[in-house]
Design a protein around this ligand. Structure first.
Ligand code: 5GP
Length: 334
């Protein structure tokens, strides 16, 4: 047994210290970023916030709405190829897979060629397995020019391993999610601000990128994630409960449910009952069901989130999102 005793930080442990600024208004702040992908060789441009690949968040409706703001969506992996063909706008969507048959991935990506889908999200709960690292290598070999985002991990060593295996973007976060029970069920995890700082440093050293995934509860947390060095930030709970992420049935039943809707983790009993025929005997559910009030169209929430990040940039004198982490000094709350 070993103990790492230096203090690791979570979103609630820090604040961003204000700095002298030349900016006159937050309207001057540019939130667009362009990233060159180290393996795929292509560029991604947009506002680097990504809706999580959860079936209550990463819907085709959400993707259409967010693309209007140049924001991204990692689509839920349970969509059929036909549904994806009918609804995907390639430039702002990631097509999500777990560890699965390469032939399936090849077939889906070939079918979406006309949608210009060039971004793949490889998502597993635990990105630390050798099998996952090998799998990333195989997907990279089959798709040399596709953007690959893979995870989740939460430490620098494994961020490097995934990038060396073929990932362009590493998804960082084990345990911080709002519908996540991993910390409670297993005792495993890592405070997210420290994870972002350490993994971003490791990724940038290899010309890779990270996506901070989980734990943002309000716009200030998104600003903190970017301030800590995240290139992309993924949001689940903050984008749940909107018109664009609800099923037709949920929308129809709003009156009956007093405007309360369910949002659940992808390893929750609800999700496992829906997609895997129940919780397998050897595993426990590591996701929870959260009941939240219906929040209307996502455009209002988007305005809050982007307004918050813009305002954070003006407080530290960052004329663009790219400058935010360079201008960020965190103060640790006691
Ligand atoms: P949030 O933005 O809601 O705090 O976190 C969203 C993230 O939580 C997702 O992108 C995903 O990484 C993670 N997540 C989603 N469902 C589950 C689950 O059932 N269990 C765990 N451990 N994490 C989940």
């Amino acid at each position: 047994m070993r103990i790492e005793a230096d203090r690791k930080l979570d979103f609630d442990d820090v604040l961003i210290r204000p700095k002298r600024s030349r900016l006159k208004s937050r309207a001057e702040v540019d939130l667009n970023r362009t990233f060159k992908m180290p393996h795929a060789g292509v560029e991604i441009s947009g506002v680097p916030v990504i809706a999580a690949n959860m079936d209550t968040v990463g819907t085709l409706g959400m993707a259409a709405a967010l693309a209007g703001h140049r924001m991204f969506t990692a689509l839920d992996k349970h969509y059929t190829t036909e549904e994806l063909q009918a609804g995907v706008r390639g430039d702002f969507s990631f097509i999500t897979f777990g560890i699965e048959d390469l032939k399936k991935i090849d077939a889906v990506m070939a079918a979406l060629e006309r949608n210009r889908a060039d971004k793949i999200c490889l998502d597993v709960a635990n990105g630390y397995t050798e099998a996952f690292v090998e799998f990333i290598g195989e997907v990279r070999a089959h798709h040399p020019d596709k953007v690959i985002m893979a995870g989740n991990v939460t430490t620098a060593d494994m961020t490097e391993a995934l990038i060396l295996a073929g990932a362009d973007i590493v998804k960082v976060g084990i345990g911080p999610g709002s519908a996540c029970m991993t910390r409670a069920m297993t005792g495993v995890g890592y405070p997210q601000i420290s994870a972002i700082i350490e993994c971003a440093d490791a990724a940038h050293g290899l010309s890779g990128m990270i996506c901070a995934d989980g734990g943002c509860k309000m716009p200030g947390d998104v600003a903190k994630a970017f301030g800590a060095g995240a290139d992309f930030v993924m949001l689940g709970g903050m984008l749940a409960g909107h018109t664009e992420s609800l099923s037709d049935e949920q929308l129809k039943n709003l009156d009956k449910t007093d405007n309360i809707v369910e949002y659940y983790g992808m390893s929750s009993e609800t999700a496992m009952n829906k997609y895997s025929g129940g919780v397998a005997k050897h595993r426990a559910s590591e996701g929870r069901v959260v009941r939240i009030p219906y929040r209307g169209d996502v455009a209002h929430t988007v305005q809050d989130i982007l307004g918050g990040i813009r305002s954070a940039c003006t407080y530290v004198g960052a004329p663009s999102l790219k400058q935010l982490s360079k201008r960020t000094t965190f103060v640790v709350k006691n």
